[in-house]
Design a protein. Structure first.
Length: 93
């Protein structure tokens, strides 16, 4: 049986909030008149209960009841972990 909740796959672009991540989902569609492929990026705020997601992670989010003013999604699973590049302040200057 199919789930009645919508599912999206995206990449975490911000994890600065407590128990919340911002997930960018890229949607590709055809223009109705010109038939050119158009990419559109939609950002969703998703509930991240254990703060396990980091910037760059690929995640699956699932629609849920309203959790706050802007949160209507929750992180179902982390598909791949993103690469974290550590840069020391001495290396920048």
């Amino acid at each position: 049986m199919e789930s009645k909740h919508k599912t999206r796959f995206g990449q975490v672009v911000s994890d600065r909030m407590d128990k919340t991540v911002v997930v960018a989902v890229e949607i590709s569609r055809r223009h109705p008149l010109y038939k050119k492929a158009i990419k559109r990026v939609v950002k969703y705020k998703a509930h991240n209960e254990n703060n396990e997601c980091r910037v760059g992670d690929k995640v699956r989010i699932v629609e849920t009841r309203p959790l706050s003013r802007h949160k209507r999604w929750r992180v179902a699973e982390v598909i791949t972990k993103g690469e974290v590049i550590e840069v020391k302040p001495e290396e920048v200057a």
